[in-house]
Every structure is written in structure tokens, then in C-alpha cells.
Design a protein around this ligand. Structure first.
Ligand SMILES: [Zn+2]
Ligand SMILES: [Zn+2]
Length: 328
């Protein structure tokens, strides 16, 4: 099979001919149709996340069709369409797994990081962590739901019943979760790179109440802010943008250092927290909710051999919505 393989930090992904993977007892062999590109992929190829699998095939928002099943797989049939998210395996027995927090599992393994992912013609995945996908979406449209959508959803839920929500970084995750938030009757305040009129217009088109540069204050105090951009300097800015009792959620897996800030910016029972990974419950909830909204994903597609170009354009902030590798 053809695959794009990670050769080490600072080196481009290499188009490589690999042997087809063999599914383990609990795994599906999947013919990949589409795989979205996530900022986490950038953090991996830039060496910002420790110890990726060697000769890794990145990609953790996989849509494809089951072509073979392991001996213990009791879900799905050959020919079924499935989605594969970032959470690839958990132990099921640690304190986190037993308390509904499998996203924090001590021994969790992640797709496209510790296990090969979807920048390839074939992939294997544990069936217990795969999901059927809503029929409303084409393969390319569904792919960004599997991480951008899921991490965005987890971040939105972490904001509780906040009504006025700031989104810092209006990329793949924010463009999905803005639609969910508006559907739920919340108001979206979209913070973009200063001067990025195109992204501001995109956010308004998806129902944002207000748009502005990330260096400007909102017109009124917010109830919560979700930070999707990997810039630590946004944390104190977001704390200053929320009202007393408000919550700031950091949704990325990696962020530059947070500059120091005066305690008064946290005072007033403001909450600063992160969200990590996803649970399977998050996936089931979002995949049920998305077609009701209905969430529409805006995607730019790239061929498999163009994965490096997709990463470069994501890094440069040149994309509107999500990038998706179209494999099939
Ligand atoms: Zn566990
Ligand atoms: Zn991701």
C-alpha cells in the first residue's frame, strides 16, 4: 500500500510503499477513503510530542470501509463505513478508565501517534474504538468530525451552560463547534488572527455574533472561552475576556508557554482548564448531534502524496475550515 511516512522532526513525510497491515484479533482492516489533517499532526511532525512510533503513518481522523475483521471482532461487517478517531486503545482497568475518564487512561494509545494512522491506503484499528458515521456526510465531510469535531465538542461541554462563548483560533475545530453552539442557543464570539478578514467573514457566515482580532477585547464579558490556537499568550487574554465565574478551556494538545499574569485575572472564581483527548461517549454524542444541527464541514482536499502540502498550509494558517487527505 502507499503511505506517507514520518521520517523524523523537520523532515518531510515520505511517500512509501509499505506491506499491507494485518488486523489483530480485535482489529478491523480498513480501506481508507479520507483522513482529515489536525494540528496535532503538526505537533508530531515538528517534534513537539514525545516518542511517536518510529516510521509512523500519521493521521487520526480516518474514514474508510471495513475489508477484513479480526477473529474476535463482533461489530461491523465487511463493507461497512467506519470512522477512526485519535483514541485508539485504552486499558479498561485503570482508575481513569473505570470512572468514565478513559481519555486520561494511563496506558492509552493514540491513532497516528503510537499506532499507524490514516495517511495511507489501508489502516488497522481496534473495532471497540471505531464508529459508524451519519449518512448525511460524505467520507470527506465526515473526517473532520473525528478529531476537530470531537475535541471541540469536549471543550464546549467543559464550558458547561455558558451562553456567550469566545472561540480563539477559528480553524477546523471552531468552525464545527460554532455551529453546535449556535444550534444550542449560545452566542459565538470569534477571535481570529488580527487582520484576518477572510476567517472573520467565515465565522460570521457560520453564525458568529461578533468577530475580532485575538488582541482585542470582546464587546461584553464572556461566560466561557475555548482556545484552539496553540499560543500560550492567549490564555491571559481569554481570562480577561471572561466574566467572574467564567471558564477558559485550552483544547490543544500542545501550546507555547503561558506568560505570567496577575492573580486578579484569575480571581473572581474564573476557571482555567484543559481538555485532553476524547472518550467514546463524546464520539457517540457528537455523531448523534451533528446531523441534527446539521453541522456542515468546510473542507479543502489534498491527494495522499500532497499530505506535506496540507501540513504546510495548516501551519501557515492558509486554510478555511479543515484539510482532508482524500485517499480513495
Ligand atoms: Zn485505563
Ligand atoms: Zn486531532
Amino acid at each position: 500500500m502507499r503511505a506517507m511516512v514520518f521520517q523524523g522532526p523537520g523532515r518531510p513525510l515520505a511517500l512509501t510503499e509499505l506491506a499491507a497491515p494485518t488486523p489483530g484479533d480485535e482489529q478491523l482492516l480498513i480501506r481508507v477513503s479520507a483522513c482529515a489533517v489536525c494540528r496535532t499532526d503538526l505537533h508530531i511532525v515538528d517534534g513537539e510530542l514525545p516518542q511517536p512510533k518510529s516510521a509512523l503513518v500519521p493521521g487520526h481522523e480516518i474514514v474508510g470501509v471495513v475489508v477484513e475483521k479480526g477473529s474476535r471482532v463482533d461489530r461491523f461487517a465487511v463493507g461497512d463505513r467506519v470512522g477512526v478517531p485519535w483514541l485508539g486503545w485504552t486499558c479498561g482497568v485503570c482508575a481513569f478508565c473505570r470512572s468514565g475518564r478513559e481519555n486520561l487512561c494511563d496506558r492509552a494509545r493514540f491513532t497516528g501517534y503510537q499506532m499507524d494512522g490514516g495517511f495511507a491506503e489501508l489502516a488497522v484499528a481496534d473495532h471497540r474504538f471505531c464508529f459508524p458515521l451519519p449518512a448525511l456526510y460524505t467520507d470527506v465531510e465526515a473526517a473532520p468530525l473525528l478529531c476537530a469535531g470531537l475535541i471541540g465538542y469536549r471543550a464546549l461541554r467543559a464550558a458547561g451552560d455558558a451562553r456567550r462563548i469566545g472561540l480563539y483560533g477559528f480553524g477546523a475545530a471552531a468552525h464545527i463547534i460554532a455551529q453546535v453552539a449556535v444550534f444550542e442557543g449560545r452566542a459565538i464570539y470569534a477571535f481570529t488572527r488580527p487582520g484576518d478578514a477572510e476567517t472573520a467573514a467565515f465565522a460570521r457566515g457560520l453564525g458568529a455574533t461578533w468577530t475580532g482580532g485575538s488582541d482585542s477585547p470582546p464587546p461584553e464579558p464572556l461566560d466561557a472561552a475555548l482556545i484552539f490556537a496553540p499560543a500560550g499568550a492567549l490564555v491571559p487574554a481569554a481570562l480577561r475576556a471572561v466574566a467572574p465565574g467564567g471558564t477558559v478551556v485550552c483544547a490543544g494538545i500542545h501550546m507555547s508557554d503561558i506568560p505570567s499574569f496577575p492573580y486578579r485575572d484569575l480571581w473572581g472564581e474564573r476557571v482555567l482548564r484543559s481538555v485532553a483527548n476524547l472518550t467514546r461517549a463524546d464520539a457517540r454524542e457528537l455523531l448523534e448531534l451533528a446531523p441534527q444541527v446539521p453541522v456542515r464541514t468546510h473542507v479543502t482536499t489534498f491527494a495522499l502524496e500532497e499530505a506535506e502540502t496540507a501540513l504546510r498550509r495548516l501551519r501557515a494558517g492558509e486554510l478555511t475550515g479543515a484539510a482532508v487527505i482524500k485517499v480513495g
